[in-house]
Design a protein around this ligand. Structure first.
Ligand code: ZN
Length: 149
């Protein structure tokens, strides 16, 4: 997954250079633009993960794609309400952090960290709304916390 994403990057112009030096991360403007920075070290995405991981089954504390994939596969095959939610949150976070990076870079649009977290949550909530929930005590709690009728 990591490698194919890197190839995509090159096609989409990841290697873009500005006239004054390496392109800076469009989320924080502090560090050169790279995958590792974007998903693991950026102050912006770190804040996003901080909010998102409070609703995940296990703590994410990763600094490489390998750790990241291992973290994701921990709950990938589980069917509990919390595992499914974790998986959806994880996928939505990666997607929207990537999208935010591209919006800033190519569309000159930007959202605050809090806005992005809100988008992630409403996207996941929409998916949760379409699920059939088993009538367990745990699922009931999850539905309450996500305000699902
Ligand atoms: Zn950054």
């Amino acid at each position: 997954m990591g490698e194919s994403l890197k190839t995509q990057d090159k096609l989409r112009g990841w290697e873009l250079q500005s006239l004054t030096g390496p392109l800076l991360c469009s989320l924080c403007s502090l560090e050169p633009d790279s995958h590792d920075h974007l998903f693991f070290n950026c102050v912006y995405s770190t804040q996003v993960w901080f909010f998102v991981k409070s609703n995940m089954t296990s703590n994410i504390n990763s600094n490489s794609w390998k750790d990241f994939i291992e973290f994701a596969s921990e709950f990938a095959d589980k069917k509990s309400a919390r595992s499914i939610t974790s998986k959806l949150l994880f996928a939505a976070s990666v997607y929207f952090i990537w999208q935010e990076r591209n919006f800033r870079l190519f569309k000159k649009q930007s959202r605050s960290c809090a806005n992005l977290v809100a988008v992630i949550y409403s996207t996941v909530r929409l998916k949760l709304l379409s699920l059939r929930w088993k009538p367990t005590k745990h699922a009931k709690l999850m539905k309450e916390s996500w305000k699902i009728p």
